[in-house]
Structures are given as C-alpha cells and as structure tokens.
Design a binder for this molecule. Sequence first.
Ligand SMILES: O=C1C[C@@](O)(C(=O)O)C[C@@H](O)[C@@H]1O
Length: 247
Amino acid sequence: MVSLRGLTLTAARPRIIVPLFARDPAALCPLAKAASADPAAELVELRLDPLPADEFLNALALVRGIVDKPLVVTIRTRAEGGELALTPDAYAAHCRALLARGGVDVLDIEWRACGAFRAELRDAAHAAGAAALFSEHHFDATPATDAMADTLTGMADAGADIAKLAVMPRCAADAARLLEATARAADARPDTPLITMSMGPLGAVTRFCGGAFGSCATFGVTSGTSASAPGQPPADVLKAKLITAPL
Ligand SMILES: O=C1C[C@@](O)(C(=O)O)C[C@@H](O)[C@@H]1O
C-alpha cells in the first residue's frame, strides 16, 4: 500500500491533487498558500516545467516551506505536453538534484521519455524517501484500449509505486475506453495504485468517476490556481461530486 504522509492511495477513496502551475517563481507563493489552505486539496503537485530551470530547487524549497500536504514533484517535458524540452540526460539530472534537495514525497518520472534512467531514478526516489510515479501522456489522442491497459500494467511491472496515464479523447467513447483500460489494469495489478484521466471537456467525467474503475486520485484546481491540463474541475466541486465504488 502506498502511504504518503499518512494518506493512503486507494480507488475506494480517490484523493484530490491540486497542481501549482506558474511561469514566474514569485507567483508560486500565493498558489502554494491557496492549495495549503484548501481542505479539498489533499495532495499538491509542483509543476516545475513552466519555470526557468535554474529556479527548480528554489521553487521546491519555497513550496515545501508552505505545504505540509504530500507533494508530487513533476517536470513535464514538451514531448509529453509540458512546457520544457529536455534531453533524457538533462531530465534525469534535474530529477536527481530535486531528490537530493529533499522534500519530495512523490517523483513523477516520465517512464518512456527518461528511457535508460528509469530504474536509476526510481531507486534514487526510494533512497530519498519518495515514491516513484511512472507517467505517460497522450495530448492528441486516446490510444487503443489494450495499449492503455498494457501501459499501466507495464509501469507496474517496471517497478512503479504509482502508475499514471493521461489521454485526450476525440469522442465520448474514448473517455469510456480510458475507464475500461483502467479497470482492466486495476484487476490485473491490484497492488499498484493507478491514476488515470481523460482530458478536456469530453473527458472531464472521468475525473469524477475514475475511482469506480480503479483510479486512486484526480486533479482539480483551487480557487486562485490555474489548471495544468485541460478539463480539471475546481477541487471543491470534485470533492462534492466524486463518485466511488461501491456506491
Ligand atoms: O499527469 C498529470 C495529469 C494532468 O495532465 C491532468 O490531466 O490532470 C495534469 C498534470 O499536471 C499532471 O502531471
């Protein structure tokens, strides 16, 4: 079971993660305070890629100084829909430096993009007391259902503590397929917490009902913070309307 500062990840009780997404380091402080103060925000994600790379360590220290909630630290590369183009070497170097700085509860590791560094980064996360979250993003389409289920089980088999998949639907059936792939992977690898979402307006429903299909967390925005991906609802609306299984 994955437990983060005493908070367990289980689909029976999906957790709400609020992302901090700012292009200016000065803007992070009010965002971190807003997420910290919002009772609907159970975990916080620090998205570093919109910031200048030489601010990453300062940003982590600043946010960690404000936020007591479990902190997910993410560098989303441009290849996976983020803001920063990085070689695998540079990506791994930033991740190592952040772990060495301390205060990371969960490190988001782009498991395909970081290629050869995957196992090393997972081990470095563990050595730093952090969970290794493997992630994959498709911002232009929803892969085949089998491929999505295989991605999630593949992450589990590759040693992920948490497996995350975000995809973009082109029709409502694509959102339904993401849920089906999640349910299949959750059945096949019940010991690995999954986090999945279909993005944009068509996928927003999956952010509310993913728990019923095996997703352990969902992303939403706190008043005053901005969305880090299309379709994220307000965290308080998520909290009020989250659907879990059994009903
Ligand atoms: O991977 C994810 C999921 C996400 O893309 C979403 O759609 O909510 C938002 C990102 O900030 C996070 O790193």
